[in-house]
Each structure stands twice: as structure tokens, then as C-alpha cells.
Design a protein around this ligand. Structure first.
Ligand code: NI
Ligand code: MN
Length: 226
């Protein structure tokens, strides 16, 4: 499995059987828009954690050019289905077997409105199982106790956690989250994009190291291979 960071909370995951795009926010991201060739993205699936604009801005453009299936909570899936897109609705605690592996929609503590204020269901994260690997994509979330449920059924290879603080967990809570999900390999995301979420990279990495954990911070366009 190849996981490429496309800025903010946007990830491109290539599994053996499918290409997955998570929370596409590229054209509105000053840090990413000149580095990511959005017109070339042809995912098979687009996963959406919640309806905030910094997670859905480029969903329609990319779904149109790729004919991707949009996977999200029931309300977000219905929103896109009503616009003529292919969707797969899920809800919290539910798992489904896709051609690439399985996907579970799990709890997050956050909010989930569309840019016009309309209802985007409850926010979530995903546990993705593919190519014999399991990864947790937390979405925008606070630290919460339900994270402890994940290792009851999964042995994670990577936890992708927001670390930018203000709108989500910050670094100290993300370290606790990695304990909760029992995974010491962390990919940080949802940082630096706006003033509210700028972080000190060196300090963040040092704090994780002190806790005997490895925090990966990828440059936009760079990948982790699992
Ligand atoms: Ni959000
Ligand atoms: Mn966000």
C-alpha cells in the first residue's frame, strides 16, 4: 500500500486493486495547489470523513473526471447521490467489503456541516484494511475514548492523526490517541494549512520520539509505503 500526502487532510492511497482518494482539498489549499496535478487524479473511490469545505472542496471535480464512487456517511453520500454521483453510504460502526479490502466508518468528535450550512451527518474516520495492512484515518477529531475500541478488532500498521490543534487534536492528545489505538507509527495531517493550525515540526517529532513513537510528516507529494 502506497500512501501519498497531498496536503492538509488529503491522501492518495494506492492498493493493489484500487486507488483511493481521501478528503480532497487541493484547489483551495495554497500549499498544495501548485504541487498536485489535480486534473491527473483518477481514483476509483473517494472517501469523505465529514462535510467541511477543507475536506470536500474538490470532490465533485475529481469524481466527475474519474467516475469514482464516493464513500461517506449516509447524509454526505445522499447529498452527492442527489447530484448524480455514484456513492456508497455508510454509518458509524459499519464495515463493508470492497474490491480493495474492507472499510469501517468509525467515530470522531467534531462537526460536519457543508459550506452552505446544510447538514452533513455526523463526522467520522475510517479503518482501511487492504493488502494485509490496517490503517486508521482519524479524520478531524478530538481525542476520544472510543479510539480504544479500534485495537479490539484491528492491529494497526499506521495511524493517520490530525495534529494541528485548534480544530482537532493537537500533538499531546495525538500521542495519547496513538496509545488508545495501540499504534506507534503515526502519519500526522491537518496542520500548517491555515494560521490556526501551524505547528513546529521539530517539536512535534521530538515529543513523539520521547513517547517512543515515530511521527511521519510528509512533504506534499511524498509517500509512505506499507
Ligand atoms: Ni472539519
Ligand atoms: Mn478540517
Amino acid at each position: 500500500m502506497n500512501i501519498t500526502f497531498l496536503g492538509h487532510a488529503t491522501l492518495l492511497i494506492k492498493t493493489k486493486k484500487a486507488t483511493l482518494l481521501i478528503d480532497p482539498f487541493i484547489s483551495g489549499n495554497e500549499l498544495a495547489k501548485d504541487k498536485v496535478a489535480m486534473a491527473d487524479l483518477r481514483p476509483d473511490y473517494i472517501f469523505i470523513t465529514h462535510a467541511h469545505q477543507d475536506h470536500v472542496l474538490d470532490v465533485e471535480t475529481i469524481a466527475k473526471q474519474s467516475n469514482a464512487t464516493i464513500v461517506s456517511n449516509f447524509e454526505i453520500a445522499t447529498h452527492y447521490e442527489n447530484k448524480g454521483f455514484k456513492v456508497h453510504p455508510m454509518n458509524h460502526g459499519g464495515r463493508w467489503n470492497f474490491n480493495f479490502g474492507s472499510l469501517k466508518y468509525v467515530n470522531a468528535i467534531h462537526t460536519s456541516s457543508f459550506a452552505d450550512g446544510s447538514y452533513g451527518g455526523q463526522p467520522g474516520g475510517f479503518v482501511l484494511s487492504a493488502d494485509n495492512k490496517h490503517i486508521y484515518i482519524a479524520g478531524d477529531t478530538a481525542l476520544h475514548m472510543d479510539m480504544q475500541l479500534i485495537p479490539l478488532t484491528y492491529t494497526l500498521d499506521l495511524a493517520i492523526l490530525p495534529i494541528g490543534d485548534n480544530f482537532t487534536m493537537g500533538i499531546d492528545d495525538a500521542i495519547i490517541a496513538s496509545d488508545f489505538v495501540r499504534c506507534d507509527a503515526i502519519l500526522g495531517y491537518h496542520y500548517d494549512t491555515f494560521g490556526y493550525i501551524k505547528i513546529d515540526h521539530k517539536e512535534a517529532k521530538e515529543k513523539f520520539l520521547e513517547a517512543d513513537k515515530k511521527l511521519h510528516l510528509l512533504e506534499i507529494g511524498k509517500s509512505i509505503v506499507l
